[in-house]
Design a protein around this ligand. Sequence first.
Ligand SMILES: Cc1cc2nc3c(=O)[nH]c(=O)nc-3n(C[C@H](O)[C@H](O)[C@H](O)COP(=O)(O)OP(=O)(O)OC[C@H]3O[C@@H](n4cnc5c(N)ncnc54)[C@H](O)[C@@H]3O)c2cc1C
Length: 330
Amino acid sequence: MTERDIYDILILGAGPTGLFGAFYAGMREMRTKVIEALPQPGGQLAVLYPEKYIYDVAGLPRILAKDLVKNLVEQCEQWHPTFCYEEKAHQLERGEDGVLTVTTDKQAHYARAVVICGGIGAFRPNRLKNESVERYEGRGVYYFVQDKRPFFKKRLLIIGGGDSAVDWALNLKDYASHVTLIHRREGFRAHASSVTELMQSSVDVRLWHELREIHGNDHITGATIFDNRTGEETYLEVDYVLLNLGFKADLGPIKSWGLELDGRYIIVNGRHETNIPGVYAAGDICKQEDAEPLNLIAVGFGQAAIAVNHVYSYLTGGRVFPGHSSEMRL
Ligand SMILES: Cc1cc2nc3c(=O)[nH]c(=O)nc-3n(C[C@H](O)[C@H](O)[C@H](O)COP(=O)(O)OP(=O)(O)OC[C@H]3O[C@@H](n4cnc5c(N)ncnc54)[C@H](O)[C@@H]3O)c2cc1C
């Protein structure tokens, strides 16, 4: 058998909770590995709302979600954790020696403790089944905005009726040269004040409309939309199509790891331990039995600190209290 490279702590998920957990693990001098299914850190912040301001992170009156992710990465990288991106964890097993093995679609990872920070699970966007959409996916058709620069002074068609569609239409209306938003119904599933702002804005809103086909050659040049009440078609000149049709999140394989669950939540105690020795959970993925979960970044930060400092004590028998970082020389 080849030598196993056993880390002290393996953090599953590089959302804000996992990133802050990696910082704390480094501060406690634990050898740390982070596994993330997506190609990038940041979890929901990076995928769902990178360009939105967050107002409820302590000490930061307002910060763009993508900038908070950048800061969290910089903060934890002081300790050089090992990051493994584009690896979705499928299996968790605890050996007789107490070593935990997390198997991803690529390889097996070993650690003496695991903190599951998987948020709402690995998520994927709801897709539109349309041959022309599939043809241009990643070449002009997007399901998420990770970088808004391609849309600068371009004609954009946004499809959807939820918060993401409305927010992106408002965010990009003065950045793109023209924004059209189509929605297949009359009512939006978005914040009422955002809908009011949208209806008074320069965004060309077309209700009861759906996409028929995207046109172009090596890039998109236009799209045909239709009124789903009359069937009447309209051709729009557009350069990009953004589909905001919601997303599905699924705990997926995590459900079969023998963890005590309540719906989509992993049950933890006050130390953020799960029912499996050496396995902890923090952030949006967990709840305490007698408490209502509060799925917020600030809460995940606190839980990450609690979980990781208890891991330190579990592994070394040392004190849970980490000392004050202000008294350390980082
Ligand atoms: C539109 C929107 C706006 C929000 N605004 C705010 C706000 O203003 N303030 C606030 O406090 N909160 C806000 N939230 C909530 C906040 O984003 C979450 O509370 C926070 O992201 C939870 O962080 P997390 O790290 O626990 O989980 P996540 O951010 O969900 O990250 C979990 C990570 O784990 C990864 N993962 C999951 N399963 C696996 C697996 N099997 N293998 C490998 N990796 C896996 C995922 O890919 C993901 O990257 C908002 C949420 C949304 C959707």
